[in-house]
Design a binder for this molecule. Structure first.
Ligand code: ADP
Ligand code: AMP
Length: 219
């Protein structure tokens, strides 16, 4: 396979960010998370960030025009020459159609869609225990994925961690409801496009990654 134009799909908390960190150790492609792009824009208080914040804080999706524009610009950048790993996009069918058009315009067709499947009831606990390194963005869990040395980030050695506002209980339920509803049609769509690879995400992080690595090695 000459390019690796990939989507990492899965409900909030399924393990996309966690698996993306591992994929990047083995494959030299940029990790493009629309959620990360929005959080960076919020932190920098850009106009787009302030607009997106209203939706994110409520657990709703940011409007498609905004999100599609961001992805279209990002995929036009030079570092996507050999591929990309989209995480958290597309989130609905209209975004999937927009991505197809972007791919045609940039001559970057998709090579595969990896769907990390986890039942929604497991995800509430995953999201409420998630914490993140403020310095490098690495993701941990208070029970399932602790840093090797307590209080110190494995990746960058940082000591400052935070919980995402939208991982607090008031938002988690609506986020899951919104995404569960949109997820099934997307899975069907990529199944019909013959791009879909399903992975059981309700196992140890390393076991999940073994499956993903096998899929990517054989694409
Ligand atoms: P996503 O990017 O899909 O929203 P994350 O990768 O941030 O999900 O994972 C959500 C939370 O669940 C994090 O706290 C992470 O450490 C934890 N987690 C990820 N994968 C697993 C797994 N296979 N088993 C248990 N916990 C996991
Ligand atoms: P995530 O980091 O993927 O969990 O995304 C956090 C939040 O950012 C989501 O709950 C949405 O409000 C917003 N967001 C991220 N990706 C998208 C997308 N593709 N479309 C619309 N909103 C998004």
């Amino acid at each position: 396979m000459s390019t690796m134009n990939l989507i990492l799909m899965g409900l909030p908390g399924a393990g996309k960010g966690t698996q993306a960190q591992k994929i990047l150790e083995d494959f030299d492609i940029p990790h493009i998370s629309t959620g990360d792009i929005f959080r960076a824009a919020i932190k920098n208080e850009t106009k787009m960030g302030l607009e997106a914040k209203k939706y994110i804080d409520a657990g709703n999706l940011v409007p498609d025009e905004v999100t599609n524009g961001i992805v279209s610009d990002r995929l036009a950048e030079a570092d996507t020459k050999n591929g990309f790993l989209l995480d958290g996009y597309p989130r609905n069918i209209d975004q999937a159609h927009a991505l197809k058009e972007i791919g045609e315009k940039l001559n970057k067709p998709l090579d595969g869609v990896i769907n990390i499947h986890v039942e929604p009831d497991v995800l509430v606990e995953r999201l409420s225990g998630r914490f993140i390194c403020r310095t490098c963005g690495a993701t941990y869990h208070k029970l399932y994925n602790k840093p090797k040395v307590e209080g110190t980030c494995d990746v960058c050695g940082g000591h400052d961690f935070y919980q995402r506002d939208d991982d607090k209980p008031a938002t988690v339920k609506n986020r899951l409801d919104v995404n569960v509803k949109l997820n099934t049609p997307l899975i069907d769509y990529y199944g019909q496009e013959k791009l879909l690879y399903n992975v059981d995400g309700d196992r140890d992080i390393d076991d999940v990654y073994k499956d993903i690595k096998h899929i990517l090695d054989n694409l």
